[in-house]
Design a protein around this ligand. Structure first.
Ligand code: DC
Length: 232
């Protein structure tokens, strides 16, 4: 069967990863969480003390960008792919609030975006991939056969993120998470380099009131529609 590229973009914490991952598993495609790549670069900057408060030393980051290697390796027990930074599993560390608070600063830096976008394009060269992020349908794969733009209210997204963090044993206050969600929305949509926006040909999905099962069914239907309309 012909393989396509599926781009899932949208605001932070709107359940993109869950739906993208589920779809990839269902149809036997690779799944790439591009946000994890920006988070891993952020963690590298924190570990190497490139930050002074909220200011990042761009010269230091530029000098190191080629030393940052990000890979995804499936966890044999859960079958979920996990993020490795220079060979070390950082899946847990990249999901902390510390990283979340700094990732929008790092992801606005052009040299970071250029390096990661090139990497992401190489991952999708053979198609058969579901990738989620902010600029997948606009900058990484502008010719993707299926593009989805997911939205949900900031309130709903903060509630989901709190539940996720609490389940991982990282208790956080709802207010702090809501503040982080709103400030990331602002930074992600207003940055100069590849701001978050819906591609003209993307399908919009507001999942504020949808269950995971409903989203999954909707997305699968979109995939089948596109596949059945492909020229043979
Ligand atoms: O999806 P996420 O919340 O894990 O993404 C973390 C951050 O990375 C988010 O604040 C914006 C940035 N990002 C980006 O700029 N471009 C992408 N393709 C994916 C994420």
């Amino acid at each position: 069967m012909k393989k396509i590229i599926i781009a899932v973009d949208g605001f932070s914490s709107c359940g993109k990863s869950t739906m993208a991952k589920d779809l990839a598993r269902e149809i036997g495609y690779a799944y790439i969480d591009s946000g994890a790549m920006y988070r891993a670069v952020t963690l590298y900057c924190m570990q190497n003390r490139f930050f002074e408060g909220d200011v990042i030393n761009i010269a230091q980051l530029e000098a190191s960008i080629n030393k940052i290697q990000i890979t995804f390796i499936p966890n044999a027990e859960t079958n979920n792919s996990e993020t490795y930074l220079n060979g070390v599993n950082v899946e847990r560390e990249i999901r902390t609030m510390e990283v979340a608070n700094k990732v929008s600063l790092v992801s606005a830096i052009p040299i970071v975006r250029h390096a990661l976008v090139a990497n992401q394009q190489a991952m999708g060269a053979q198609k058969g991939i579901v990738m989620d992020g902010r600029d997948i349908g606009t900058a990484v794969f502008p010719t993707a056969e299926l593009k989805i733009f997911v939205t949900a209210s900031a309130q709903v997204r903060a509630e989901r993120r709190v539940a996720e963090l609490v389940a991982k044993g990282d208790p956080v206050s709802f207010e702090a998470v809501l503040e982080n969600v709103k400030s990331r929305d602002h930074m992600d949509t207003t940055r100069t380099e590849s701001p978050l926006r819906k591609a003209d040909d993307a399908l919009e999905l507001d999942n504020s009131n949808l269950t995971i099962a409903e989203q999954k069914a909707w997305l699968l239907a979109q995939y089948h529609r596109v596949i059945s309309n492909l020229p043979s």
